[in-house]
Write a new protein. Structure first.
Length: 129
């Protein structure tokens, strides 16, 4: 069976590559993304998009939250199953298929200029085991 490998983008184009994510191609896969919530006031809007994070918002947005719940999503295959109020905004892709491979942006919209937390994650398939 093919499984998934996740590569995290860092600033300056460096990457931490190649750790396996739970999930086999054709089943659900979860892309981890978290931010720190110490107080309720830290809870903030976020979006997931395809392609790396642009200078604001998400390109090809696949879902958005108001901090507490999903307010917009473009396919029922994209779900947030973590505890949003604790900053767990990990994305689950239901029945992830080959076409779901690629770069994803998790953007947490921390108030203030240039404060957004931008995580670029690349989902690719590992060699068959
Ligand atoms: C995948 O996610 C869907 C929706 O949350 C769920 O109904 C299904 O049981 C999950 N499949 C697996 C294999 O966990």
């Amino acid at each position: 069976k093919l499984s998934w490998v996740l590569t995290l983008g860092l600033p300056l184009g460096l990457t931490v590559s190649g750790f396996p994510v739970r999930g086999v191609v054709g089943q659900n896969v979860t892309l981890p993304c978290k931010y720190r919530v110490n107080h309720q006031k830290d809870i903030t809007t976020m979006c997931w998009g395809r392609g790396s994070c642009p200078s604001s918002q998400c390109s090809q947005t696949i879902l958005r939250t108001d901090g507490w719940r999903v307010t917009e999503h473009h396919s029922s295959r994209y779900r947030l199953e973590g505890n949003l109020a604790q900053g767990d905004v990990s994305l689950t892709i239901v029945n992830a298929a080959e076409a779901d491979g690629g770069v994803y942006c998790c953007r947490v919209e921390i108030p203030g200029w240039f404060n957004d937390q931008k995580n670029n994650l690349e989902l690719s398939q590992s060699a068959p085991l």
